[in-house]
Ligand binder design. Structure first.
Ligand code: PLP
Length: 388
């Protein structure tokens, strides 16, 4: 039996996924298949590293260990063909904290920032809460997967004098693992119109063969001159709560500007648990990840089959990466409110409302399949019940 089959009770642990939904919906016994964390225990090597820290018992200020730089450099080389130097790596307390700081470092109020529609909701929140202008380019759905609309992106770059594009690579919620050619085409447009790319690569390790992750830096010549990559091991190894991430920045001028803003906000100190967990995950988590990916894939296959048999009117995108599925419920002709109400109060199952990902997410939902298959099976049954 796979270790991922083991159900673990998360109720009463202050879990956003499991515990906050009671206050959100005032409904008991909800099954959460939303928010992007997994119902799986972290790799043993990470838990052992924490145990060692706790056994020592002192949790004073911690410096970034040299071994952590080496662990990141080795991981990125081996898994993503990226050649990094120690200086290329900056630490932040989360990918979103890094992106928000970069928005402040490289743009001014009212500057235009482009994102896809649909895309991970906090991108638009960061843009609007920092009083930047939110510009969206809709992804085109072709043969059941998203493609970028390069003509539209170019038009918007020109028309709005876009300063930055925040890219989600791989794409959440569509599960696209952007091809090198697609990134090359996008990057050449950015070079032409002097647009900086912030490439959020937090899902970089959750990619299913034969699909291949291409880091934005690697997609074209000197792309690191006008881009920053944001990533973390927290998605890969289910450590989201330790709030730790890295920004990869090779260009010296860009690095200086980002570090300046980071220091202005006094964000350069990283908590001990982040440092310890990150190093242990990169050094010891490989085997765990090798077991995880086929488990997630079998959950995806199970879900695709379930929908085909029981809910053929829901259109699903088969993801090339991530453990997230984008579901189109538009055939049911329900409003977004009604759809959510049916699922939550009729089916007692919680998914992410698609509309929060952008206007094209209307009548869609995002489903997280990173849980034991028995839990998933129950959740899918509840979705089917809700739509009866
Ligand atoms: C694309 C993407 N970026 C960033 C995050 C959040 O990262 P962090 O918790 O490190 O801020 C998530 C979490 O789901 C995500 O899917």
């Amino acid at each position: 039996m796979s270790k991922f089959e083991q159900p673990i009770d998360r109720l009463g642990t202050n879990s956003v996924k499991w515990d906050t939904i009671l206050q959100m919906y005032h409904e008991k016994e909800l099954l959460p298949l939303w928010i992007a964390d997994m119902d799986f225990k972290a790799p043993a090597g990470v838990l052992q590293a924490y145990q060692k820290l706790l056994d020592h018992g002192i949790l004073g200020y911690a410096d970034t260990p040299e071994g952590l730089y080496t662990a990141i450099i080795d991981w990125e080389k081996k898994h993503h063909c990226l050649t990094l130097e120690k200086d290329d790596i900056l630490f932040f307390s989360g990918v979103l904290a890094g992106i928000a700081t970069a928005v402040q470092a490289f743009t001014q109020p009212n500057d235009a920032i482009l994102i896809h529609d649909p895309v991970y909701p906090p991108f638009s929140t960061i843009i609007t809460t920092n009083q930047r202008q939110l510009i969206r380019s809709s992804l085109i759905e072709k043969n059941g997967r998203f493609e970028m609309d390069f003509a539209d992106i170019e038009e918007k770059f020109k028309q709005h004098k876009v300063k930055v594009m925040i890219l989600c690579n791989p794409h959440n919620p569509g599960g696209r693992v952007w091809l090198k050619d697609e990134l090359l085409q996008l990057g050449e447009l950015c070079r032409k119109y002097k647009v900086l790319i912030f490439s959020d690569e937090i899902h970089q390790d959750l990619v299913f063969a034969p699909n291949k992750m291409t880091s934005f830096f690697e997609a074209g010549e000197n792309f690191s001159d006008f881009s920053l990559q944001f990533t973390s091991m927290t998605k890969t190894f289910n450590l989201a709560g330790i709030k730790n991430s890295i920004v990869l920045v090779k260009n010296e001028q860009l690095r200086k500007q980002l570090v300046h803003k980071q220091e202005q906000n006094f964000q350069q100190e990283i908590n001990t648990f982040g440092l310890v967990g990150m190093e242990a995950a990169y050094n010891t988590g490989e085997e765990w990840l090798a077991e995880l990916l086929p488990y997630i894939q079998s959950n995806i296959e199970y879900t695709m089959l379930f929908f085909k048999e029981h809910l053929p009117n829901v259109r699903i995108m088969n993801p090339e990466g991530t453990y997230l599925l984008w579901l189109d419920f538009s055939e049911y002709k329900l409003s977004d409110e009604k759809l959510e109400e049916r699922l939550v109060h009729g089916g007692k199952v919680v998914l992410n409302a698609g509309i929060s990902y952008g206007p094209s997410g209307k009548q869609h939902m995002r489903l997280n399949v990173a849980c034991p298959q028995a839990t998933l099976a129950e959740g899918l049954k509840r979705i089917a019940n809700a739509l009866k």
